[in-house]
Ligand binder design. Structure first.
Ligand code: BMA
Length: 340
């Protein structure tokens, strides 16, 4: 039993591969990577930054970012018995408004799926006169009811917390621009009903001594509740003369006031090193969007998009990970203050 506790549903059947022998890595890649390869479905060129959650009868379900051979990003449901081998629906995910009338975004990408009580919420980057946060709810992954735009453009990387905090829902997001935004910090907003959002607080700023997160940062999977605080995986971006490089980092946010960063790891946890991360439609991208975890064993599986071309999987254990984050903590700017 790990000294650091994770809270949430047991998941003994989650995908898992032990840390490679003789390795002291904090995080290690699946030997099956990439788990979703190019041209996975007729007419679909690439599936990558995608969200996975546990589903009925010990199976898994996900909302995937897919791009057609006309390169239009859209969302698509996939199912898996083991979390590694996926079968995708042969149609795009369809959304309706509160009246049940069809209401689909022109484009949709980078979904996150968060279960809060008995409802599943999909947050994605949607078209709303520019990129903005899309939000929909589903119970069955068949009917997706879309909320009206929770935020004005431009905003991306919306990530809900898996429960209310002090009575309100919380969402992370990153204000951006209309293109390949060359700036950005992580903010948090709160809402009593998922419709009206306010108290927009600053959570984390780009930068620190390491350049890997010097340009912009954005929330990744839904934060994981632990005895140390909210464990947040995020992406950090560095600008180079050959373009952006996306890596994955982690921080621990205060459990009651997540705009306070308790610990932030100065080192990246995963950076493009493998051929499927370094070479693809967009080279040098590691983009985490989902985790599965089992509180009893402390196991965490992290799903990430690789090079805007593949879905890949990495593993870690909560205790060694949290120790690593704490041992490599770096306080950046005003991160440790309430972000008012
Ligand atoms: C971001 C998003 C991600 C993508 C990344 C790298 O702006 O569009 O979907 O993985 O760029 O291309």
């Amino acid at each position: 039993m790990s000294k650091i506790q994770m809270f949430g549903e047991a998941l003994p059947h989650m995908p898992w591969e032990p840390r490679p022998a003789k390795s002291d890595a904090v995080i290690w890649r699946s030997s099956k990577n990439p788990i979703v390869k190019r041209n996975p479905v007729d007419g679909i060129a690439r599936i990558f930054n995608s969200a996975i959650v546990p589903w009925e009868n010990n199976t898994f379900i996900g909302v995937f970012r897919a791009e057609t051979i006309a390169t239009l990003p859209h969302l698509r449901v996939g199912r898996s018995d083991n979390g590694v081998d996926w079968v995708f629906e042969n149609k795009q995910l369809q959304m309706v408004d509160e009246q049940g009338k069809s209401w689909n975004p022109y484009y949709a990408y980078d979904p996150r799926v968060i279960k809060i009580e008995d409802m599943y919420y999909v947050v994605w980057c949607t078209e709303a006169h520019g990129p903005a946060i899309g939000l929909a709810r589903t119970l069955d992954f068949k009917t997706f009811v879309r909320f009206e735009n929770p935020f004005i453009p431009f905003n991306r990387n919306g990530v809900l917390f898996p429960r209310k905090i002090n009575g309100n829902y919380r969402i992370l997001s990153r204000a951006s621009d209309n293109g390949h935004t060359p700036f950005g910090d992580i903010f948090m907003s709160e809402s009593p009903d998922l419709v009206f959002w306010g108290k927009h607080r600053h959570v984390m700023e780009r930068g620190g001594n390491g350049w890997w997160q010097g340009l912009k940062i954005g929330g990744g999977p839904a934060p994981i509740e632990t005895s140390e605080g909210w464990l947040l995986f995020y992406h950090g971006v560095c600008n180079t003369c050959n373009g952006y490089v996306y890596s994955m980092g982690a921080a621990i946010l205060d459990i009651n006031e997540p705009s306070i960063v308790k610990y932030r790891c100065k080192n990246y946890l995963l950076t493009p090193e493998m051929p499927y991360e370094e070479v693809g439609f967009v080279p040098n991208v590691v983009f985490p969007c989902a985790t599965l975890q089992d509180p009893a064993t402390g196991r965490i599986a992290i799903y990430y998009g690789a090079a805007d071309s593949y879905v890949a999987l990495a593993y870690t254990e909560v205790e060694s990970l949290v120790e690593y984050i704490k041992n490599n903590h770096e306080s950046v700017g005003r991160d440790q203050e309430i972000g008012r």
